[in-house]
Design a protein around this ligand. Structure first.
Ligand code: IYR
Length: 227
């Protein structure tokens, strides 16, 4: 088999993925699930430093996600400057205060009780890094022309999933934080008009004493239907 070929003028490379005997596949899929099941959203961070090289590897892993027409419609802003983290915390807490004091429905507030969240977001300053994920609604060329992106929400959601798995794999913890509204992030981080804030992900080590809500994940028969 040749390693490359040209299809209607476009280069293709031979692709081989790893295969496993069925019993090994069963064992691998089980242990992967059990490992992923250990991941939790964490709100108590340590301020211990994390090598920037690790963050770069995590973002490279995220950017391997499939995306519409392979446009990779994402920008990851890595915030480590304490002054910027403080500014983000102040703005986020302002919005969250409003949300918890009238913007969110009673049902929503009730649904959040088991998580015991509130408007206060100290982790935005404690975590060594805030990864602010921006989705590129479209591309802006240097000459001001625009180019389309496709399935942007699907693409960036998958990339964030890969990112969370990579963070867990590195032995770090994260939170998928969604201050709402979060347009203040575009301003503070000076992002162009084709980029919209999507998710704010503090990353670091968990605090020495970290507690998370005792949650139960749905059983297989609650999430799967066979036909
Ligand atoms: N964005 C708010 C509220 C919040 C909403 C949901 I849905 C959560 O699962 C958790 C929190 C906050 O960050 O507190």
């Amino acid at each position: 088999m040749t390693t490359t070929k040209i299809v209607h003028g476009h280069p293709f490379v031979a692709y081989r993925h790893e295969e496993y005997p069925a019993d090994e596949m069963v064992a691998r899929s089980k242990s992967f699930y059990e490992w992923l099941d250990q991941r939790r959203s964490v709100r108590d961070f340590s301020d211990r430093p994390v090598p920037l090289e690790v963050i770069h590897h995590l973002l490279q892993a995220a950017s391997t996600a499939p995306s519409g027409a392979h446009k990779q419609p994402w920008t990851f802003v890595v915030v480590s400057d304490p002054a910027i983290k403080k500014q983000i915390r102040e703005e986020a807490e302002k919005e969250e205060y409003e949300s918890y004091h009238g913007r969110m429905s009673e049902e929503w507030i009730e649904d959040l009780k088991p998580l015991q969240t509130d408007w206060s977001k100290p982790f935005l300053e404690t975590a060594p890094y805030l990864i602010v994920v921006f989705k590129k609604a479209y591309n802006l060329l240097p000459n001001g022309a625009t180019r389309n992106n496709y399935y942007v929400n699907e693409s960036i959601g998958i990339a964030c999933g890969f990112l969370l798995a990579a963070i867990h794999h590195a032995g770090l913890v994260a939170l998928t934080h969604t201050p709402s509204p979060m347009n203040f992030l575009s301003k503070i981080l000076d992002r162009p008009k084709n980029e919209r804030p999507y998710l704010l992900i503090p990353v670091g080590y968990g605090a020495a004493e970290t507690y998370v809500p005792k949650l139960k994940r749905k059983e297989l028969d609650e999430i799967v239907v066979h036909r």
